[in-house]
Write a protein that binds this ligand. Structure first.
Ligand code: B12
Length: 235
């Protein structure tokens, strides 16, 4: 294949490269999915663009288990000043890695600069940019979304996974029929206990609702920043 031919048809290589790069950098639970299947599963204000593909546009869920932490530690040991350079070093590290993977993939697959893609962070709140990333996680076949505890539960990692980014690329995505239908891995005997615990937690007057609102700068900036590097983050 000549260089020109490759430039006309970057599809096959570009489809595979971002996912491989992401997984090798610690985003081990990343997976491809058809954007159309996700759009069917969420309200219109959470829809993602489908670009020029009608049946299946390539979506990539960027997600990780604890596998990301050794990568972060290695990175910080090599660049200790990074910790001081940003208020949220872990989030900044994640963004840097994802941006690098996309840029590398585009370069390796000779994707023309004009070819469209979109990258959305899980806490984007701008109307029209929000992603229902938990439903995406289920559509992508990564982990079942349990409606009682409001968490995606993975067969191996339980709820201990983080959903970081959604990437959409103007290329054909996976066949919707190839996405597995997930079942809830939480044992049926435990499900009533989860229901009970959550309803207790959400009952009017409980500490969940009456806890004072923290007033740190980062909390004011976004109510969900504890998902990142804050003290409550489980990963
Ligand atoms: C807003 C938000 C919250 C709000 C929820 C308020 C609300 N009424 O929606 C608050 C601040 C309470 C919250 C708390 C937590 N969150 Co949160 N949150 C989000 C966020 C940014 C958006 C959710 C959303 O609106 N989705 C869009 C709508 C359309 O989805 P939905 O399917 O209709 O509704 C889902 C959520 O809204 C949520 N939800 C709806 N109502 C309520 C009410 C309560 C009380 C809670 C806790 C959740 C909840 O559960 C639904 C799924 O079943 C997501 C990231 C994302 N982009 O999805 C993270 C996210 C869901 N959160 C996450 C986590 C880990 C948590 C915490 C455990 C963090 C912590 N350490 O305390 C807690 C507790 C969650 C729990 N289930 O017990 C993870 C879940 C990972 C997983 N395995 O599923 C996510 C995906 C972030 C991430 N980067 O991975 N969160």
């Amino acid at each position: 294949m000549t260089t020109n031919e490759r430039r006309e048809r970057p599809d096959a290589r570009f489809r595979l490269i971002p996912l491989g790069l992401l997984r090798s950098r610690g985003f081990d639970l990343s997976a491809a999915f058809p954007v159309q299947a996700y759009n069917l599963a969420v309200p219109p204000n959470f829809h993602l663009p489908t670009y020029s593909c009608t049946a299946s546009t390539l979506g990539i869920l960027v997600a990780n288990s604890k596998a990301l932490w050794p990568k972060f530690c290695t990175f910080i040991r090599a660049q200790p000043a990074f910790i001081q350079s940003t208020p949220n070093p872990f989030d900044a590290f994640v963004t840097l890695q994802v941006d690098e993977c996309i840029a590398l993939a585009r370069a390796q697959a000779h994707v023309p600069a004009a070819a469209q893609h979109d990258v959305r962070h899980y806490w984007e709140m701008t109307p029209g940019r929000m992603v229902a990333i938990q439903r995406m996680c289920q559509v992508a076949g990564v982990a079942y979304l349990d409606q009682a505890c409001h968490l995606n539960v993975h067969t191996e990692y339980g709820p201990w996974l983080a959903l970081r980014y959604a990437i959409v690329i103007d290329l054909p995505g996976p066949d919707p029929a190839s996405i597995p239908t997930l079942t809830n891995p939480i044992p049926a005997s435990l499900q009533p206990h989860i229901h009970h615990a959550i309803s207790q937690l959400l009952a009017p007057g409980t500490s969940y609702h009456t806890r004072p609102v923290p007033t740190t700068t980062s909390t004011r900036r976004h109510p969900c920043l504890h998902h990142g590097t804050g003290s409550h983050a489980p990963w």
